[in-house]
Design a protein. Structure first.
Length: 92
């Protein structure tokens, strides 16, 4: 699984646009989204979402990119706990 950190850059006209850093290999646990709360919150979007669990040693933020099995995802939520963080990621 690869992590791409998101940052922003300005062009010559002053427009801001997102750019991603080089990919970094991370270890995380993934499973499909679709519990009752997620279905109520996101509806049909849950079919393109995954849940991810990762240690707090990895610095992942909302908006960052995740690549898994050649599919690009974007982190949409982050919940930090004592030893790990829980993320919801959505297919781009």
């Amino acid at each position: 699984m690869l992590h791409k950190q998101k940052s922003s850059r300005k062009d010559g006209e002053g427009n801001t646009f997102p750019v991603f850093t080089d990919s970094v290999e991370i270890k995380a646990e993934l499973w499909p989204a679709g519990n009752k709360l997620q279905t109520d919150l996101y509806g049909q979007r849950t079919s393109s979402m995954m849940n991810m669990l990762c240690s707090n040693e990895t610095a992942i933020s909302v908006g960052d990119g995740i690549e898994y099995d050649g599919i690009e995802y974007q982190v949409i939520t982050k919940k930090k706990y004592t030893n790990h963080s829980y993320y919801e990621i959505e297919k781009l």
